[in-house]
Design a protein around this ligand. Structure first.
Ligand SMILES: Nc1nc2c(ncn2[C@@H]2O[C@H](COP(=O)(O)OP(=O)(O)OP(=O)(O)O)[C@@H](O)[C@H]2O)c(=O)[nH]1
Ligand SMILES: [Mg+2]
Length: 170
């Protein structure tokens, strides 16, 4: 079995659920309390991936970065050696989507070919945003998918991280 080490950065505005998605995926836990991340929190998970008869063992490093609202910049060196990105939006707050371009620019400035996946998080709550999925995929060849997730109700969290990790291998 082939073995890989992969680094994935989780980016997005404050409070969109970056830490909650990573914690749900790695520890299968969720808390309603909001403890903002300062700097970066690194979580690790070992996984076995299957794809059409191919099998891979992945040591995944999830870099859960502090939020960046409008005009706040995340240091580019956090992305050093990064294989993929998860960009998280909060479907209850339009401003988190208004800021999508800023997060995509961050990826572009790092490397325009690095794959990313968009999580439309808090899908357990009523959505207040509209996003043209097809237009985003047309504009960015490195957009792997756009997935509605809920860290709270454990909806699509595994699918989100599995899909973006697979895109770094096959
Ligand atoms: N209803 C609901 N609440 C969520 C979900 N995910 C996160 N939350 C809540 O949203 C708040 C912020 O979640 P965090 O995971 O801390 O957000 P973050 O993006 O890491 O925030 P920063 O570290 O400040 O950038 C917390 O109160 C969470 O409980 C979800 O899927 N559904
Ligand atoms: Mg956080």
């Amino acid at each position: 079995m082939k073995k890989y080490i992969k680094k994935i950065l989780i980016i997005g505005n404050h409070g969109v659920g970056k830490t909650s998605l990573a914690t749900r995926y790695v520890e299968n836990k969720f808390s309603d309390a909001y403890l903002t991340t300062i700097g970066v929190n690194i979580m690790k998970k070992n996984l076995i991936l299957n794809d059409n008869g191919n099998v891979a063992a992945v040591a995944l490093m999830l870099w859960d970065i502090e939020g960046a609202n409008k005009n706040q910049n995340i240091p580019l060196h956090y992305a050093k050696g990064c294989n993929a990105f998860v960009v998280v939006m909060d479907v209850t707050r339009q401003e988190t989507l208004d800021n999508l371009q800023q997060h995509l620019d961050y990826i572009y400035n790092f490397n325009a070919d690095t794959p990313f996946i968009v999580a439309l998080n808090k899908s357990d709550l009523p959505s207040a945003i509209t996003l043209d999925h097809a237009a985003l995929k047309r504009k960015y060849h490195n957009c792997v998918d756009i997935i509605a997730t809920s860290a709270k109700e454990d909806e699509n969290v595994e699918r989100l991280f599995t899909k973006i990790t697979k895109s770094t291998i096959w």
